[in-house]
Design a protein around this ligand. Structure first.
Ligand code: PLP
Length: 444
């Protein structure tokens, strides 16, 4: 056993010794085709020369400058670029070191927004069941996976919950999409009224749900309805784009495709594409204006806020995405990958759904295609798929099984934006092999 603590305390993962382009190599000489960008992180693939050069040159100028003493040109330029690319008046950017920190920042910014307005009684966030927003205590409390929260429950704030927008599994066959969406919005409105709008800070959701549901986009009009309810009751809409943001779905921000502007957006993962640990929070004018004209201080901060090397990496990543027209590429390659997945798995007896946006695609695995009955969670099919995929030289991001059994296993694909058609073909071929082996392993 190593001294380093791994998630699995009994089995250490393979050692990554080098990573280049679409591949990661381990210490035994095995190479893995990265079909998930880790966890939807490595959007430019590995060892991109422009990003390495930007990091190197920033290290040589200012490796670190504490944000309580200084700002840096590189952090300012990154903030300006993120704000320029964002919808509406999301003009203000706070830089942190990852997704959970971004969510914590969003929660505190939202809370302070109301405290500064003389509404300290507002303390409730509303979030969705089967959601994930990070692993720090505030973010964990927000997330809707009971099994994740359970050991820490006494330490977590109360969060009000509503259903996710998860058409494949939760829309009754007899109900049309419009009515399903309307029902979800009624449920949200009832929840706001139950809690009391004067007690609610905000509603948080992922525009396209990543890890917990497997690339599930909302039904048409859902987020317009959410925005309207937030406006009606004077509460904030926080979009968690940690996984789906920064081009993954074909637009810089996933919420652009919904035609609404959140009050706060959280970013992580693809922001610096794994080259540095970076997260960010964007906020609209009215949020920052209130704090500025009130106390004048955001009561928050971390040692590595706006870290210059991290900012340089994120800035370089964002410049490459623009220079190489990678947003368009994501749309085109995403459509190609979807076609290939449909060809390979469209009639597969255990693939119930193929979905997602851009290069953010999910396959839901089912015991029975007709009834959509999920596999028994105890079989841990998702874990078998991951293990077999690694045997086949493929990295995919599987999740699965819920305590209430309402959700099936799924596999998330989020390959780097630089993937070629040949890479995509390899991903599908290796996935087919891995799925076959996994099904054979879990079925008696
Ligand atoms: N929010 C979402 C939607 C995520 O998928 C994640 C990570 O998977 C987080 C927040 C937390 O990000 P991090 O793991 O960088 O803390």
């Amino acid at each position: 056993m190593t001294q380093l603590i791994h998630r699995n305390l009994r089995v250490a993962p393979p050692t990554a010794v080098c990573a280049f382009g679409m591949y990661v190599r381990d210490g035994d000489g095995n190479t893995y085709l990265d079909a998930s960008g880790g966890a939807a992180v490595s959007s430019l693939g590995h060892s991109h020369p422009d990003v390495l050069a930007a990091i190197g040159s920033q290290l040589k100028t200012t490796a670190y400058a504490h944000s309580a003493f200084f700002t840096t040109d590189v952090a300012e330029e990154l903030a300006a670029r993120l704000a320029d690319g964002a919808p509406g008046d999301l003009n203000h950017v706070y830089l942190v070191s990852g997704g959970s920190e971004a969510i914590e920042t969003a929660l505190k910014l939202a809370r302070q927004y109301f405290v500064e307005h003389g509404e300290p009684q507002r303390r409730v966030f509303i979030a969705r069941r089967q959601s994930y927003h990070g692993n720090t205590l505030g973010a964990l409390a927000l997330g809707g996976n009971e099994w994740r929260r359970k050991p820490f429950e006494p330490l977590l704030m109360d969060v009000a919950r509503v259903s996710p927008c998860y058409e494949y599994r939760e829309r009754p066959a007899a109900q049309d999409v419009h009515d399903y969406t309307a029902g979800l919005l009624v449920e949200l409105e009832h929840k706001i009224l139950d809690v009391g709008p004067q007690n609610v800070i905000g509603f948080c959701a992922e525009p396209v749900v990543g890890a917990t549901l497997g690339a599930v986009a909302a039904t048409p009009g859902y987020f317009k309805g959410v925005r309207a309810l937030c406006d009606k009751y004077g509460i904030l809409f926080i979009a968690d784009e940690v996984m789906c943001g920064m081009g993954r779905t074909g637009t810089l921000y996933a919420i652009e495709q919904e035609g609404v502007v959140p009050d706060i957006v959280a970013l992580g993962k693809g922001l610096a594409a794994g080259y540095q640990p970076v997260g960010a929070v964007l906020a609209r004018d009215h949020i920052v204006d209130r704090l500025r004209s009130g106390s004048g201080v955001f009561q928050h901060g971390h040692t590595y806020n706006a870290h210059p090397v991290a900012a340089a990496a994120a800035l370089a990543v964002q410049k490459v995405i623009q220079r190489d027209a990678l947003l368009g590429a994501v749309t085109v390659r995403g459509a190609a990958l979807r076609r290939m997945l449909r060809d390979a798995f469209g009639t597969h007896p255990h693939v119930g759904d193929i979905r997602g946006r851009g290069l953010f695609l999910g396959l839901e695995l089912v015991q029975d295609r007709e009834t959509r009955r999920p596999f028994d969670p105890d079989l841990k099919l998702h874990a078998a798929v991951k293990a077999k995929a690694m045997e086949c030289g493929l990295m995919v991001y599987p999740m699965g099984g819920t305590v209430d059994g309402r959700r099936g296993d799924h596999v998330l694909l989020a390959p780097p934006f630089i993937a070629t058609d040949a890479d995509l073909g390899q991903i599908v071929a290796r996935l087919a092999e891995a799925l076959g082996r996994a099904l054979a392993a879990v079925r008696p």
